[in-house]
Design a protein around this ligand. Structure first.
Ligand code: GLN
Length: 280
């Protein structure tokens, strides 16, 4: 008979031997996921594992050492302190993106702000904003059917009321549906062709459509800035997440489209991660 602690130490060892960076943390996540209990109590109680639990842990550990992302294996991940369902077909919420949410939360907004989240993916930005800005009307715009299912599930999971529009953010037709918007927030695909050739193993399992931003990574900034500008109120804010080193290009794109008061914000690693501007 095998116990949960034994399975934990076994998974941890396999991860260490296979260069998984946070071996103990990932082993803990997997054990807690399979047993539905905190590792501390499993260790204390020396909980015995059923044959099925043992097989599940081994199977998850095996897939993990073959590069499959931990977040997809668990099916859920935390963003801004909230839980989100994740899986193939949606980008895994990154801590970097919390900088974008924080930037929007600091904007001086009217009583009932209208906010759009373009390229919404899992819906983590839209849901987090809706929960933190009680009187805001938040709309998520997303093209992928798979992602839209995740947005719906994540809004429900967090008890948040957001609107969902299925549409292409690169099309003027989608943008025409909106006017008088206070804030447009967007974490578009921004990796370059070179970045795509050198993806970390885990990232190769994430949707290319959520990662690749054209040859120089800037396609979405160029198009969205131009297409969605007219949806904003005068003084309305467009806030983008950007990739490392894209700040001067994105600033230029905003200036060319008559945005002013351009501000940049660094993420926790000190990398400029957000560029925002106001519509003149
Ligand atoms: N931040 C993601 C990465 O580095 C890219 C996501 C995006 O293109 N918006 O993998």
């Amino acid at each position: 008979m095998v116990t949960a602690p034994e399975l934990y130490f076994h998974a941890k060892k396999i991860f260490e031997c296979n260069q998984i960076e946070s071996a103990s943390f990932e082993a803990m996540c997997i054990i807690e996921h399979v047993f539905g209990k905190k590792l501390a109590s499993l260790l204390l109680e020396k909980t015995t594992a059923s044959e099925e639990q043992k097989n599940t842990v081994n199977n998850l550990a095996y897939r993990r050492i073959n590069g499959y992302p931990l977040q997809y294996l668990l099916g859920k991940w935390e963003f801004f302190g909230l839980p989100f369902y994740v899986g193939e077909g949606v980008l895994i919420p990154r801590q970097d993106t919390e900088t974008l949410v924080e930037t929007v939360l600091k904007i001086k907004l009217p009583e009932n702000p209208r906010i759009l989240d373009l390229c919404s993916g899992s819906g983590c930005i839209a849901v987090t904003l809706a929960l933190n800005l009680k009187n805001a009307e938040v709309t998520a715009v997303e093209i992928s059917d798979k992602a839209v299912e995740y947005i719906k599930k994540n809004a429900k999971l967090n008890d948040s009321e957001i609107n969902i529009v299925i549409g292409d953010v690169l099309s003027g037709e989608t943008a025409k549906m909106f006017s008088g918007i206070d804030v447009i927030v967007c974490n578009p695909p921004y990796l370059t062709a070179d970045d795509m050739k050198a993806l970390q193993r885990e990232v190769t399992f994430e949707p290319e459509t959520a990662l690749f931003g054209g040859n120089d990574g800037l396609d979405f900034y160029r198009s969205i800035t131009k297409i969605w500008r007219d949806c904003l109120k005068s003084g309305g804010v467009l806030a983008y997440e950007i990739g490392m080193g894209q700040e001067s290009d994105v600033k230029k794109i905003l200036e060319e489209n008559n945005f002013t008061n351009i501000e940049m914000t660094k993420d926790l690693s000190g990398i400029i991660r957000v560029v925002r501007g106001e519509k003149i």
